[in-house]
Every structure is written in structure tokens, then in C-alpha cells.
Ligand binder design. Structure first.
Ligand SMILES: *Cc1c(COP(=O)(O)O)cnc(C)c1O
Length: 437
């Protein structure tokens, strides 16, 4: 009898196929990447690096990891790459351990303004507990505030400045980050997890000429397996010839044990796919789709953080409808067949758990073959959902708020307008297969 897990996987597959996924960090992988992930490669232990492993029997694995490293180096034009990080979060920690002593200062973008937890979010994260964290923010037009960044950097003399984000709709000016880093002699780490696919396709400025170290997850716009890579640029190596070795040691023995060899093989395949003309067209379409979706939302009277997008994502600002509506709107969108995540807005008056925004992006729907026409329909559906559920305000009082949301969720599951949209969504998604490369 087949394990219950397989029936659950079937259900999840159905969910992914029928609904519209707008979470900007999600994507689908090619059949080739998918195939290597369930291969015999995951049977093998390979602690160490190619040619210097702690285990026997790695003759083939060495060749696979060499290929992955070589392809990544060529794709980004960097002299060094490590493809062993288990995921983006440990990769960032490894970089910090390679570049800093505990207690030294890290600077990253505030979480509430689009930064990532691992960029020094205070108290609750490893990056905020092992290091002294100083966070910079954005200006009124939702762009990185370089005046503030420079002032804070001069005052706190950080060892590391992180240029990266996870809910920031605009291109990052790595050149300006470099200037600030040079003013105070800090390492510049670019975390391009979200936009890697755009970077390799020339649809986003590359950090390689400016940063010392670049980190990226491999499963977002890059369309590879869940994992991460760390690149050291020529600039970084010039500053410290041992930097590559330091990163290697920070991964193992510093932070990890055996690499996930199936993932390594998947990264090798994804790196090859990302170098093709087909991928370039894909990345262009991601941005065109984001533009079309943003335009339609604005046309429907919806406010976007910073007024739009230059990348694959945007953040809907629900503040004009009320404070803290992100939770109920994201839930209602899911009922209507369009799933995304609630998110803070830079001027947040709610809280991280009850924020006033919803983050949406186009990498996954673009992978399914959707174009501008479909984006306009999605924009209209989202606007319908927002208008339908934003009339009810989230109570300020905690107990009332919990009760309100419980009742709201119960009602939403049977809401006729939301379910009508869901039927329309299903008709659309039936025409766009989930796996398409
Ligand atoms: C997704 C992301 C990470 C973390 O990656 P995980 O694989 O989820 O650990 C780190 N930094 C940025 C900017 C990200 O977007």
C-alpha cells in the first residue's frame, strides 16, 4: 500500500496546478532538475571538497561538484564559487563567519522595509545575536536611503554591509553600496537571492563588479533546486587572497557536514539552463509580467509601495483601506485561488504579524507560460478581492482581533464572490501547465 505521503503529494500538486502562485520566492524547476533531485546522488556522503574528501567513493561526485562550480563561475564571471550551502540562511551565516569575529558589526536593510531576517535582524536571529547589528532603511519613495546608510556606517564602522532584500521592488544600486563600503573599509556582501535569474539574464544590474562576496539561493528566479551558492569576486580576492578558502572553511567544518549531492547536480543543470537564450527571454517576461500586473493594479485604484516595480515583485499597500489588513486580504486571496503572503510596508502602522501589505511577484506564473494578458486578469481579480474584504476593519484590541479573524476566515471559506473568482482562476490555470521548460 502506498504511503499516505504520496496521496498528500498528489493533493499538493493539484493545489499548485489549480491555483495561481504569486509568492515571489517560489518557482518550478525543469524536468532535468527534478530528475536529479530524486537520484542515487542523495545516497552518498561527501564531506569536504573535490579532491579532498573525508570519505571514499567520491570519484564521480567530485566530477559533479566540479561541473557545478565551473558552470556557476562562468555564468557569473567570478573566480570562485561554493555550491555546498544547504540554503540561503546558512550561506549568509557562513559568509559572516568568514568575514567577521562575533561581536563585530553588520549592517543590513530593516526587515519591515524589505530586508531579510538573516541580514542582522536583531535579537531573534543568529545574525543579530552573534554580531552587533545596525539596520538601515528606505526613504519616503521606498528606495534605499543612502544618506542614512552612509551616516550610520561612518558612526558604527561595520565590518560587513549587506546589500540585499526580499520585499523590495526596485533595482539595487550596488555602485552606491560600494562607495559607502569603501568610505568605512567594510566588506560588501550582495545577497541577490531574489533576483539572480534577472541578474544572469541582464535584467538587473549585476553585483559582481562591486561586491566582495555574492550570495544567492538557487530556487527562486534561478529556477534550480533548493540550495544556495556563494561567489567571491575578483575584487574580493584582491582584497584577501584567502577569501575563497575562508568561505570554504566556514561552510565545512564551520557550519555544515556533508553536502547535498543531488542538489549540487541540480545547481549544475540550472546553471546551464540559466545561460541559454530561452532563459533570457524568460527573465525578460518575468519583468514584463510584473510591469503589466503593477499597471493593472494601479489602474484598479490599488496602491503599490514606491508606486510600482522594476523587478519581479511588488508590495500592495493596503493602508488606504485601513491598518493591518494584510492578513485578511492574503487569506481571502487564497480562498479566491491566488496565493501570496502578507507583508509589512515601509510606513507600517500595524505589526509584522498583522501587517498592512501583501507581497506578490511573477516568477512562477511566468514559468507556467502566462503573459501580460493573464497578468491583467490577475490584477483585476486581486482588486476585486481587496475591495470585497477591506470594508471590515481589523480591531485594535488583541482578543477582539483574534475573534474577528477567526470569524472572518470561517465566513471567507464560503464567500460567494471569492469562490466565484476561484472558479474563474481554475479555468485560466487549466491552460497553463505547472511544469514547462
Ligand atoms: C530567500 C532568501 C534567503 C534565505 O534563503 P533560504 O533558502 O530560505 O534559507 C536569504 N536572503 C534573501 C535575500 C532571500 O530572499
Amino acid at each position: 500500500m502506498a504511503d499516505q505521503i504520496f496521496s498528500l503529494i498528489k493533493q499538493e500538486e493539484k493545489r499548485q496546478k489549480e491555483l495561481i502562485g504569486l509568492i515571489p520566492s517560489e518557482n518550478t524547476v525543469s524536468d532535468d532538475v527534478s530528475a536529479v533531485l530524486s537520484s542515487v546522488l542523495s545516497n552518498k556522503y561527501s564531506e569536504g571538497y573535490s579532491g579532498r574528501r573525508y570519505y571514499e567513493g567520491n570519484q564521480i561526485i567530485d566530477q559533479i561538484e566540479d561541473l557545478a562550480v565551473e558552470r556557476v563561475k562562468e555564468l557569473f564571471g567570478v573566480p570562485y564559487a561554493n555550491v555546498q550551502p544547504y540554503s540561503g540562511s546558512p550561506a549568509n551565516l557562513a559568509i559572516y563567519f568568514a568575514l567577521m569575529q562575533p561581536g563585530e558589526t553588520i549592517m543590513g536593510l530593516k526587515l519591515s522595509m524589505g530586508g531579510h531576517l538573516t541580514h542582522g535582524h536583531p535579537q531573534v536571529t543568529a545574525s543579530g545575536r552573534f554580531f552587533k547589528s545596525v539596520q538601515y532603511g528606505v526613504t519616503a519613495n521606498a528606495r534605499v536611503d543612502f544618506v542614512e546608510l552612509s551616516k550610520l556606517a561612518k558612526k558604527h564602522k561595520p565590518k560587513v554591509i549587506v546589500a540585499g532584500n526580499t520585499a523590495y521592488p526596485f533595482e539595487l544600486d550596488f555602485k552606491k553600496f560600494r562607495q559607502v563600503a569603501d568610505e568605512v573599509g567594510a566588506w560588501l556582501v550582495a545577497d541577490i537571492s531574489h533576483v539572480t535569474g534577472l541578474v544572469v539574464a541582464g535584467e538587473h544590474i549585476s553585483p559582481v563588479p562591486y561586491a566582495d562576496v555574492v550570495m544567492s539561493t538557487t530556487h527562486k528566479t534561478f529556477r534550480g533546486p533548493r540550495g544556495a551558492m556563494i561567489l567571491v569576486t575578483s575584487r574580493g580576492l584582491k582584497k584577501d587572497a584567502e577569501l575563497g578558502k575562508k568561505i570554504d572553511s566556514a561552510i565545512i567544518p564551520g557550519l555544515q557536514g556533508g553536502p547535498h549531492n543531488a542538489t549540487t547536480a541540480g545547481i549544475a543543470i540550472a546553471a546551464k539552463e540559466a545561460g541559454t537564450a530561452k532563459f533570457k527571454k524568460y527573465a525578460q517576461q518575468i519583468r514584463r509580467n510584473a510591469q503589466a500586473l503593477a499597471d493593472e493594479l494601479i489602474k484598479q485604484g490599488i496602491t503599490l509601495v514606491g508606486g510600482g516595480t522594476e523587478t519581479h515583485l511588488m508590495v500592495i499597500d493596503l493602508t488606504p483601506f485601513g491598518v493591518g489588513l494584510g492578513t485578511q486580504v492574503a487569506f481571502a486571496m487564497d480562498v479566491a485561488g491566488i496565493y501570496a503572503n502578507r507583508n509589512t510596508v515601509p510606513t507600517e502602522q500595524g505589526s509584522p504579524f498583522y501587517p498592512s501589505g501583501v507581497r506578490i511577484g511573477t516568477p512562477l506564473v511566468t514559468s507556467r507560460g502566462m503573459k501580460e494578458k493573464e497578468m491583467r486578469r490577475i490584477g483585476q481579480w486581486i482588486a476585486r478581492v481587496i475591495e470585497h474584504v477591506s470594508t471590515e476593519q481589523l480591531p485594535r484590541n488583541k482578543t477582539e482581533r483574534q475573534k474577528f479573524l477567526r470569524d472572518f476566515r470561517k465566513k471567507a471559506l464560503h464567500d460567494r464572490e471569492l469562490l466565484a473568482i476561484r472558479r474563474e482562476v481554475k479555468t485560466l490555470t487549466a491552460k497553463f501547465p505547472l511544469f514547462k521548460w
